[in-house]
Design a protein around this ligand. Structure first.
Ligand code: UD1
Length: 427
């Protein structure tokens, strides 16, 4: 099994280029199923998840070529409408093909994603939204079968909680529906905005971008388009937290500070200096009395939908708080089981207890974590273990890094370039 081996204790210095956002690339790739032609997507990260989405597009009859960060996807002829279990079980975002297939083919059969390491994560909002547009949905043999009854018609959908992929799926089903669709309590994540920009370039008519109320005026047909994937705010945030944990000074090139206001605010309270520049975000630890490591204040966080503190950075921030000077309360409000990293962090010397949806992190100061063999349990938990390993004394070996590789492009290479002692071992 492939592992990451980290000898901790090195400060991070230099520049790192932030990749395109996984969570934006996936819906953009799914959106290519909406209209025939040659779609061009730039800044697509080369990740396990983006490869899975390309496999799925091929399964459905599409074709693609990749040249560097540019992926050209042709969807002239679709020959299938089924997302099989083997693909969906490795990536629940496969459900994003439901909306486009319903719009283009009037029918889709997609395996139910089922549970995952961070909770039950149902797709009932997606299905309710489709039903509002005139879709009949049935569950059989572990699959969702969705069929447009007559034709897609505009409707009103209120999300009980602002679901990111739910909003994206419904948008893609609604763009060519007859009449107007109103989506209330929609997700405002920048990845939704990136999708709206692509759909607009394809000829869709959507009002309310970046707000929680989206109005979609259905159009007759869409055409292929060329779009760029926005920078990955979660990858950016992960490296910002890594600098806070290890010390040093790093420029996160091609990142967008306006997508990370909540994290920047918290890191500043911890004692970090964060500068927003034209070419990216500069993060550094102020030197205190000749030491390259400033003391870390402990700071509480509560995860919330955008623009609140992202759940996808909760695990990484928790690793940082293990090195804080006091106690931090980390309240997870989005997913019910997103503390799988706690046991592994405690094995590295952290002092964390879980009380329902809150984790109480008693900071033990810098230099308190010690390297250990640990196991990655999900994508962001893996990143939190990498941060802990980078700051710990001694050697940390992280196994099951396929989780990490679902969402981080060349993490070992990027960290090596910043001076970290990290290597990826195959076998
Ligand atoms: C997306 C992101 C994921 C991130 C999450 C929250 C992608 C590919 N993934 O996941 O990285 O952690 O947003 O920011 O973009 N819910 C339901 N029923 C539904 C849908 C959602 O109850 O049908 C609940 C979820 O359990 C959760 C909340 O709504 O409590 C928000 O989840 P959602 O935004 O849908 O997450 P994803 O879109 O799956």
């Amino acid at each position: 099994m492939d592992t990451l081996v980290i000898d901790g204790g090195m400060p991070l210095h230099g520049e790192v280029r932030i990749s395109g956002a996984k969570n934006a690339a996936l819906p953009l790739m799914a959106a290519t199923l909406l209209a025939p032609g040659d779609h061009v997507l730039h800044n697509v990260p080369d990740l396990r998840d983006t490869r899975t989405m390309l496999s799925l597009i091929k399964t459905l009859g599409g074709d693609w070529v990749r040249q560097g960060g540019t992926v050209r996807i042709n969807t002239d002829t679709l020959s299938g409408a089924e997302a099989p279990y083997d693909l969906v079980k490795t990536m629940r975002a496969s459900v994003l093909v439901l909306g486009p297939l319903l719009s283009r083919a009037g029918y889709a059969r997609v395996s139910l994603p089922g549970g995952c390491a961070i909770g039950t994560r149902p797709i009932d909002y997606h299905l309710k939204g489709f039903e509002r547009l005139g879709v009949q949905t049935d569950l059989a043999q572990g699959y969702v079968e969705a069929r447009v009854k007559d034709r897609l018609r505009g409707g009103v959908m209120y999300f009980d909680a602002p679901s990111v992929t739910g909003t994206e799926n419904l948008l893609m089903a609604a763009v060519c529906a007859q009449g107007t669709t109103l989506i209330q309590n929609a997700a405002r994540e920048p990845e939704v905005g990136n999708l709206i920009d692509m759909l607009t370039a394809m000829g869709a008519h959507i009002e309310g971008k970046d707000t929680d109320t989206l109005t979609v005026h259905g159009v007759e047909r869409l055409v292929a388009a060329e779009t760029s994937v926005i920078p990955d705010r979660i990858e950016t945030g992960t490296y910002m937290i890594a600098v806070a944990a290890c010390g040093g000074r790093v420029l996160l090139r091609d990142s967008l500070s306006q997508h990370l206001v909540a994290l920047s605010e918290k890191l500043r309270r911890c004692g970090l200096i964060i500068e927003e520049r034209q070419d990216g975000i500069l993060v550094f630890c102020p030197e205190v009395a000749g030491s390259s490591l400033c003391a870390l204040e402990s700071v509480d966080i509560t995860t919330q939908p955008y623009p609140g503190f992202p759940t996808d950075l909760q695990a990484q921030f928790m690793a940082l708080m293990c090195m804080g000077e006091g106690t931090a309360i980390i309240h997870e409000t989005i997913f019910e089981n997103r503390f799988m990293h706690v046991a592994e962090l405690n094995r590295m010397g952290a002092d964390i207890t879980i009380e329902g949806s809150r984790a109480v992190v008693r900071g033990c100061g810098r230099g308190s974590l010690s390297g250990a063999p640990v196991m990655a349990t999900d994508l962001r938990a893996s990143a939190s273990l990498a941060i802990a390993g980078l700051a710990a004394q001694g050697t940390t070996t992280i196994s099951r890094i396929y989780h990490l590789e679902r969402g981080y492009e060349n993490m070992a290479g990027k960290l090596q370039a910043l001076g970290a002692n990290i290597r990826r071992i195959s076998g």
